[in-house]
Design a binder for this molecule. Sequence first.
Ligand SMILES: Cc1cc2nc3c(=O)[nH]c(=O)nc-3n(C[C@H](O)[C@H](O)[C@H](O)COP(=O)(O)OP(=O)(O)OC[C@H]3O[C@@H](n4cnc5c(N)ncnc54)[C@H](O)[C@@H]3O)c2cc1C
Ligand code: SF4
Length: 379
Amino acid sequence: MERFAWQQARSVAEAATLAKRTVAEAMLADPAQPAAADCVVLKAGGIDLLDLMKERLLRPARVVNLREIPGLDGITMNIGTGDTSAGNTGSGNANARSTSATDASAGDASGVRIGALVTLAQLAAHPALRQRYTALADAAASSASPQIRQVATLGGNLLQRPRCWYFRSAAHHCARKGGDHCFAFAGENHYHAVFGQAGCAIVHPSTVATALVALDARVELATAQGTSRTVKLGDFLVGPEIDIRRETDLRAGEVLTAVLLPPASPGARSAFLKQAEKPSFDWSIADVAVVLECASDGRCRRVAVVLGAAAPVPWRARQAEAVLAGQMIDPVAARAAGQAAIVGAAPLPHNAYKLPILAALVRRAVLQAAGTADPEDAR
Ligand SMILES: Cc1cc2nc3c(=O)[nH]c(=O)nc-3n(C[C@H](O)[C@H](O)[C@H](O)COP(=O)(O)OP(=O)(O)OC[C@H]3O[C@@H](n4cnc5c(N)ncnc54)[C@H](O)[C@@H]3O)c2cc1C
Ligand code: SF4
């Protein structure tokens, strides 16, 4: 690793002032050249950032630590309900109630604000989140390894760079790093996308992003000037057809401050399932999040089915949703949704194996979200 200066940010405004470039922009610089003095990057848990630096893919002159900024590490239940405020120091709604990572006493009618520095371990362990947003808690619990989850933050997880091995290799100057070639289409593409490849076949690396898109989450971004914007996560994550050189709409001079979840409808239930080569310490080869809301007659009145590790962004399986809408959720409907989810896939030479896995995960996640027994479990 190269030498770099270290700076402790004390506030979001200070960090945003210092963040003159995003990591995606900084990685377009020629790695053989010394770091430019204005190459200043933000660090949360540091798992991905230091990995890029150790591989000499990123050579910042200065690293700005976000971990000591107050107010970015809370999970705030019931935003907007007028509950008592207790230590909500983030930039979210003042009529909010902060909870520790173990507080399950929140009500059930309103949204949630999750600070960007909340760790994956805290997300996985939060009882009220698990009860109302099960898919998110399960996605966090299945990410990486127990040790990594203690350090990795939600913000950093959403902003981590892709795992494509050509992208991670200093010897391959591929299109995502400013080159003019994608090595994956004719190369080793076992772990690459089966949908949505537009000159680049990465899969989005964040496991929690699959669940968050299904849950219709938004991200909150703040600037040095004190302004902020919130964007649907599904719009914030950028596919290669929009820009092949970045995965998000994070702009220089912005800090991701929070993820916002809409209120969970009383009848809504969610499920998340992941398949990886190893049960821990590994990214998904396929994952699925399902959010289902059924009417009193048992028919599905709202559904989201999102595929992870399948495309450069979490991939909304609209055809699977259409199969389920208005139906009673039973094993036949779940199986049909699984098959519909993979219609239109365009697998590469080495990754068609992902399609039956995705179909099976959709089928199982639909049944799990509906609370319906899976007849194939009995076999
Ligand atoms: C063996 C292994 C297995 C893994 N398995 C999985 C897995 O299954 N699923 C999964 O999702 N991930 C997995 N990961 C990746 C890991 O979870 C991420 O690297 C980690 O979550 C990144 O979070 P961080 O807080 O360490 O981010 P950092 O490394 O600190 O930052 C990541 C990026 O985000 C930027 N950044 C961070 N926070 C902010 C902010 N608030 N505002 C603006 N920019 C910011 C940084 O500049 C950097 O570009 C795995 C990692 C390893 C090593
Ligand atoms: S899939 Fe994307 S990141 Fe991987 S080599 Fe091709 S352009 Fe680069």
